[in-house]
Design a protein around this ligand. Structure first.
Ligand code: F6R
Length: 266
């Protein structure tokens, strides 16, 4: 794991945007794995700014989102398809047919299961994910892989935990139906990505971040499995990093890594 600690959420978004652009530049037809939620919004804003400034095109990019709610329509304001259209896809030159979000509008479990299996097949057919963007839940979830999810799980239907439902309540109106089921990429699916970039900001993520980076590998903190990924970059702001025991070491490693890149290591 490469742990990068930066002063503010804005710095986290800028650093993440640079990483996304690096991957886009190096590949002819890049495949990005995308997340929703509050954390990546600043990253998407930055990517949109770079696009509007003529510095970045999404024409060759294919995307796969982590998850989608079951029980609301695609055009519902809180569906993850709507979220992605609103914050990224409608604002850049991406071909919408190259964007994928799990198909979760059916209420028939057989159809949903079939869609989930098909989703993994589509990712494979696209050649796999080059860079997967992740956030982390306060309970350590990645995608909607809640605590006790199998580390080898595939894309499937998941029941959301009470803490996730409570955390996401803020997006729904008081009298509105709030989904408690979703289709999510499995942990096994996520781990097949060639690179992973997880962002976390804010004090409320500090405990999950500590469990992810310094805790034991445990399905009680699904994100802890990222310790086993060859190329996982974790970008944190000061608050999200505030409970880390080895915080000074991670900061020191980054300083030394940058010196090495500048050819200045002795
Ligand atoms: C989003 C997702 C979730 C979020 C996580 C953090 O597609 O799969 O795992 O990344 O719940 O959400 P925020 O960023 O809102 O704190």
């Amino acid at each position: 794991m490469q742990v990068i600690i930066l002063p503010t959420p804005k710095d986290v978004a800028l650093h993440a945007a640079n990483k996304v652009v690096d991957v886009i530049i190096k590949k002819t037809r890049p495949v990005l794995g995308l997340a929703t939620g509050s954390t990546p919004i600043a990253l998407y804003n930055e990517l949109v700014c770079r696009h509007q400034a003529g510095r970045l095109s999404f024409k060759s990019i294919r995307t796969f989102n982590l998850d989608e709610y079951i029980g609301i329509d695609e055009d519902h304001k809180q569906s993850y398809r709507s979220f992605m259209n609103r914050y990224l896809f409608d604002l850049v030159d991406i071909d919408l047919t190259n964007t994928h979000v799990p198909a979760a509008t059916s209420l028939d479990p057989d159809v949903l299961n079939h869609n989930a299996v098909l989703y993994d097949a589509k990712i494979s057919a696209a050649g796999g994910i080059d860079l997967q963007i992740l956030g982390i839940g306060t309970n350590g979830h990645i995608g909607f892989n809640e605590p006790t999810s199998s580390f080898s799980s595939r894309t499937r239907i998941k029941t959301l935990s009470e803490s996730t439902i409570a955390a996401n309540k803020r997006f729904f109106m008081a009298d509105e139906f709030q989904p408690y089921l979703a289709i999510t990429m499995g942990i096994g699916t996520i781990l097949e990505s060639r690179e992973i970039l997880l962002m976390a900001t804010g004090k409320e993520k500090a405990s999950a971040v500590k469990d992810m980076i310094e805790g034991p590998l445990s399905s009680m903190c699904p994100a802890s499995i990222l310790q086993q990924h060859e190329k996982a970059i974790i970008i944190l702001d000061e608050e999200a990093a505030s409970s880390l025991t080895l915080k000074e070491y991670y900061l020191w490693c980054e300083t030394k890594r940058q010196q090495l890149h500048k050819g200045n290591c002795v």
